[in-house]
Every structure is written in C-alpha cells, then in structure tokens.
Design a protein around this ligand. Structure first.
Ligand SMILES: [Zn+2]
Length: 391
C-alpha cells in the first residue's frame, strides 16, 4: 500500500484537494482519498506538484508510428493524405519496432487507455501485451462506392478478428469519414456492432468536406480523380458532411467525432439531438501539423459539448502525449482552464471509450493510474510542465 501526497490533488470527479492524499493498493486500485492531517507524515510519500488520474488518448493510429517526421507540415488535409499514401514498402520489422516504441512512449507519458484506429492487424500483438488498455476502432472505407461495400467489410472483418478484446481491451467497426464511406458500408458497420459500443468518425477536418456534400464541388473531386475513382453515382446531399454521416450511423452507440475543426454550433446541436452521447475529440497538435489551425474551443464550450483529447498518429504529430495536447490548447486559447482541460484529458475520454468504471478520475475502487505534474504557482501549465507516472 502507498500513501501518496502532493501540493494539490485533482480527482476530476470532485473539487481539488490541497495537501490531499491518495491511498493506493498494490494492484493500483484506490483505497482512500483524504487530507494530510489525517495521516502521520512518516507514512506518506510527499511530492512537489499536483496529482491527477492517468490520461486517456481517444484518437491515435498506433500502426502509423513509423511515419514520424516523414510528411511535411502545413500542407492542408488533402495533399497530406495524398503524401501519406505514397509511403509503402516499409520493412515490416521497422513498422513493428515503431509500434512498440509508440506504445511505450504513451505509457511513459501517463496514458492509461487509447482509442486506436486500425486499418491493419499490425498493432494487435502489442496491444495484447501492453500495460495500456486499447479500444480498437477497426476503420472501414470504400471511397463511396456502394458496390464495394460488401468486399470492403469482409476485408476489415479479418482485421477485427485479429484483435483481442481480452484484458480490458475492446474492439468495434467504425466508418472512416463521411467522404469515404458509402451508405451500404454504414449499414454493414451498424449491423456488425452491438448497441453498447463506441464508434468514431473523422469529422469536418477541412472546409472542402462540407463543400463536397453541399454542392459536390471543391478539392475532394480532384482527390477522387487522383485515385481514379468515379463519383458518377454520388450526388450532393445539400447538408453538412456530418449531417450526412449521422443519418446513416447508429444513434444508440457512443459516438466519438474526431477533429471537428470546421464544425459549427449548428452541427454540434444537430449531433446532440441525434444522440446525446456524442463526444468531440480534439487533436490540436495534429491540426497545427496538417492544417496549421486550431478549432475554436469557445464554440464547443458554449454548446456544453463533451470534449476529449487525442494525439492522432506520429504521421501528423511530434509526439504521442496528451499533456502536450493540453499545453498547446492552453498556449493558444488560454481561456480554457487547466481543470477544464484535465476533464477533457481524463474523465470525458474514459466515458467516451466506456472505461469510466475503472479509469478517468481519482475515486475509491477505480484503478485510474496516478500522475505527478509540475504547474506554475497559479496552477497553470507552462512550457516546462512535465508528467511523471507514479502508478
Ligand atoms: Zn485520425
């Protein structure tokens, strides 16, 4: 048993406690939360800094870890995707070593659970032996070709089956993005998933996405042309891309919408009416890397949307660290407080992935992990804020 104390503890599910103590059993489960005056000093481990629960990374592509530093920054989304597709024929041993290193880096950075997009089976083994919990999102896309849907689904079924759901891991089928999934494929995904799972969708990352659905115009037409795939059967829906996709998704599943750089308040309201269990994953460093812009978090705060944080992959990020995502938001939109960011980084993410029974907050009975952060005197993050994993 360990009795761990610091200047302030942030349980997340309740108010911060100055000079708080977290009593943790050998297996990492929390036995008690108290105050330093309740314990004899000699039995305490006392740290300078604040204690928070382990971080939840709700959007990653661990299988792309070998792409670190390979794709140029600031190109905007469509050239970015086209660049990524060029990187084939990487030796498998290199891919596997990068996956292992990515998993270990996340562990060290205090991440206890990951919502991980998988198009391949490469990460299955690492996820099984990892100390991190993985909710694997087997991501399907058929380039809007209705008659490819069945074959596409069969192909991803093999990826689904290769992933284990033992030891706290989970798996579900998910659509990639509105601009890449046909109506038939949405239906097959819905049929394959149980109602109580979480699904994710890359959402409104670029202006071109809405234009494509509203008027069948813009950069996605060239994108399809470059892949030599016909859009003859695709008609503009006259709605935003998000409204198109949600019409074909299952409103009983928790739905993790990822990026949302271009989402309006109307989009957010539409989504909440469709399903109150929508979560809005933001990956600020990836947004800066690819599009050189950030979402307007005030929009999201105004609508009471439940926000979560993600790192995206090392194709579009400099590291896999939720703390670095928090620091970026805090640097550019400093009206978002540390406590707000912490809620996004922990409990909201745990709820989105269905891990809130065990993770996301410091509460008796949970095994959320325990992290030490150094903050400034006013309890704000600085460029020097670092994370030390205590449990
Ligand atoms: Zn992504």
């Amino acid at each position: 048993m360990r009795k761990i104390s610091a200047n302030t503890i942030f349980p997340v599910s309740r108010k911060a406690i100055k000079n708080g103590v977290v009593v943790v059993a050998e297996d990492g489960s929390i036995l008690e939360i108290g105050h330093r005056t309740d314990y004899e000093d000699s039995t305490l481990e006392i740290y300078d800094g604040v204690l928070v629960p382990g971080f939840i990374n709700t959007h990653c592509h661990l299988e792309l870890s070998h792409m670190k530093g390979k794709v140029a920054t600031g190109t905007s989304l469509i050239p970015f995707i086209s660049n990524v597709v060029q990187f084939r024929d990487i030796p498998q041993a290199q891919i596997m070593a990068a996956i292992e290193a990515g998993d270990q880096a996340m562990y060290k950075a205090g991440i206890v659970a990951v919502g991980d997009i998988s198009n391949k089976i490469d990460t299955a083994l690492q996820k099984e032996k990892s100390a991190i919990r993985y909710a694997t999102f087997v991501e399907c896309f058929d380039f809007l070709q209705e008659d490819w849907a069945e074959n596409t689904y069969e192909q991803y079924k093999a990826v689904y089956e290769a992933h284990s759901d033992r030891g706290g891991n989970k798996k579900s089928f998910v659509p990639h993005a509105p601009y890449s999934v046909s109506r038939n494929l949405f239906k097959l995904i819905n049929q394959a998933n149980p109602d109580d799972c979480t699904v994710s969708l890359h959402n409104q990352e670029t202006l071109a996405e809405n234009l494509f659905f509203l008027e069948k115009k813009g950069a996605f037409l060239d994108f399809y042309k470059n892949f030599d795939i016909s859009l003859a059967a695709f008609q503009a829906t006259g709605t935003s891309s998000l409204q198109y996709a949600l019409t074909y998704m299952n409103p009983n599943c928790k739905t993790l919408l990822v990026h949302n750089t271009m989402s309006t308040k109307e989009d957010i309201k539409f989504a909440h009416q469709w399903n109150p269990n929508c979560y809005w994953a933001t990956c600020p460093n990836a947004n800066l890397y690819i599009e050189n812009r950030l979402p307007n978090y005030q929009h999201i705060l105004d609508t009471n949307a439940k926000v979560t944080l993600g790192t995206d992959s090392l194709t579009s990020n400099w590291q896999l660290s939720i703390l670095e995502e928090m620091k970026t938001i805090s640097k550019y939109q400093s009206y978002v407080s540390f406590e707000q960011l912490l809620q996004w980084a922990t409990l909201n993410g745990a709820e989105a992935l269905g891990y809130e029974q065990d993770l996301g907050s410091l509460e008796v009975g949970k095994t959320p992990g325990l992290l030490l952060l150094n903050l400034a005197e006013d309890l704000q993050m600085t460029a020097d804020t670092k994370v030390k994993r205590l449990i």
